[in-house]
Design a protein around this ligand. Structure first.
Ligand SMILES: *Cc1c(COP(=O)(O)O)cnc(C)c1O
Length: 452
């Protein structure tokens, strides 16, 4: 299997190359040249555990990785989840299920992709005898998941910038209490944008970033999308067969990475009724699916901060299929969005997608309502997916984070604490953070001294 760029101006590459490169040299995102039809395999996949299913599925894509190496890599990636099912499907009532994606090391769904990506990087380092220095800026969740993906791995170091005093105390603990010598949490003076801008300048220095083999933490790596297909497949296989064709996956959405993976899986032949894109008050995608227009707005901070986005970075992959896989059209549309901040679709797949939006007040109400009705506590991101459930569907709601990560929002909604032993254990560990000004030179000096 080979991988092509959505912008079509670079040669196709292997799976391992696409994973190592991340963003294609022409600025596009990698996708499989063609999608396999997995329908004939579904009966034999029915009984597989999560890691075995993942290895089988990825085997169709990672065709340049030996099967036994892939199998070991996948099993290692899901060994640190704290639930035997990895992604348990829990029934709330006859037509409402929650797919719990928060049993990984950082208690959020990004672990599914970043645990695997960290192990793929490790394999790469072993194979090439080279080292890798990962650099990223975070306003919260992604940083922790990226750190735990590389924790303690030989020949790797990870540097995560975050705005000092502007991430939640728990998020800071997740990044600073790892006890690992290859992890550097850099508490930067200023806002997230200051950190992000300084980072861009560091990457912009090609000589520097080449010398240290700097690699970005980003949401667009091909391996992330493919890893995320697997939990949709796993959930589908666990539903009673009579319910499968009526299933609508309801997905708390920011960058469109999570829900895109489900959509891609459906295009490999898995029959589902559709997908619902659930946003918070940053509703660019809800507006797209209700009006047909994609229009970039300003970010408003919300109770579901991991969905506070302005542009949905994985959207380009969906666009590629929507314009009939014509790379020239993708380039034209992306240029138009860059110039005008907007694009109107001539037509798109309205039968597959629906959408909803929840502002902060609704998020609090939903957390309370779900708790009263089902005795079940959802986090503020998952709460967005409970807005406007369609009673004519079998709803599978993707729960993207454990509620204990957001104690203030939970307390405000239901007047009690949600806790998790993993988070409690962090409170006993020393915080190790490095304070730096949000200046490219200071960041470079820090990296120079610690890079592997
Ligand atoms: C990242 C994140 C999301 C959004 O996922 P996308 O792939 O960007 O749509 C939702 N919820 C949580 C908890 C997240 O960390």
């Amino acid at each position: 299997m080979r991988y092509v760029s959505t912008r079509g101006q670079t040669e196709p590459v292997t799976f391992s190359q696409a994973v190592a490169i991340g963003l294609a040299p022409d600025g596009g995102l990698y996708l499989p040249e063609s999608l396999p039809d997995i329908t004939p395999r579904l009966p034999s996949w029915q009984k597989l555990g999560y890691a075995d299913l993942c290895a089988e599925f990825l085997g169709l894509f990672a065709t340049d990785v030996p099967a036994d190496l892939l199998n070991r890599t996948v099993h290692r990636s899901y060994a640190h989840f704290n639930h035997p099912d990895i992604a348990p499907l829990r029934a709330l009532d006859a037509q409402t299920y929650v797919l719990e994606l928060f049993h990984g090391p950082t208690l959020a769904f990004k672990d599914f992709a970043l645990q695997l990506l960290g192990n793929l990087y490790e394999n790469q380092c072993q194979l090439t005898q080279q080292s890798i220095n990962v650099l990223g800026a975070t306003s919260g969740d992604t940083g922790a998941a990226a750190i735990y993906g590389l924790l303690g791995k030989p020949r790797t170091a990870i540097f995560i910038l975050y705005p000092d005093g502007r991430v939640s105390p728990l998020q800071e603990r997740q990044m600073t209490c790892t006890g690992s010598s290859n992890v550097y949490a850099l508490a930067v003076d200023g806002t997230f944008d200051d950190a992000q801008n300084a980072l861009k300048e560091v990457f912009g220095d090609r000589e520097f970033s080449g010398r240290y083999g700097l690699s970005a933490v980003n949401s667009i790596n091909l391996a992330r999308v493919l890893a995320q297909c697997v939990y949709y497949l796993y959930a589908w296989l666990r539903l009673p067969p009579s319910e499968r064709p009526d299933v609508e996956f309801v997905v708390p959405t920011g960058n469109f990475g999570n829900v895109f993976a489900g959509w891609l899986l459906a295009h490999m032949g898995v029959p589902v009724r559709g997908f619902k894109v659930s946003t918070n008050q940053n509703d660019i995608l809800h507006r797209l699916f209700t009006t047909g227009e994609y229009r970039v707005g300003a970010v408003q901070p919300s109770l579901a901060p991991s969905m506070d986005i302005q542009v949905a970075s994985n959207f380009e992959r969906f666009l590629y299929y929507s314009v009939g896989k014509e790379a020239a059209k993708v380039r034209a549309v992306m240029a138009q969005i860059k110039a005008t901040g907007a694009y109107r679709f001539e037509s798109f797949d309205r039968s597959t997608f629906s959408s909803s939006r929840a502002a902060d007040g609704e998020i609090t109400d939903i957390i309370r309502r779900v708790f009263e009705r089902h005795g079940y506590v959802v986090d503020p991101h998952t709460a967005c997916a409970f807005a406007d459930l369609n009673p004519a569907r079998v709803n599978v709601i993707l729960s993207t984070a454990h509620p204990a990560k957001f104690p203030d929002a939970i307390r405000a909604a239901i007047g009690r604490e949600s806790t998790h032993p993993v988070l409690e254990a962090l409170k006993a560990k020393p915080v190790v953070k490095h304070r730096l000004p949000a200046e490219p030179d200071a960041i470079k000096r820090f990296i120079e001294q610690r890079a592997v």
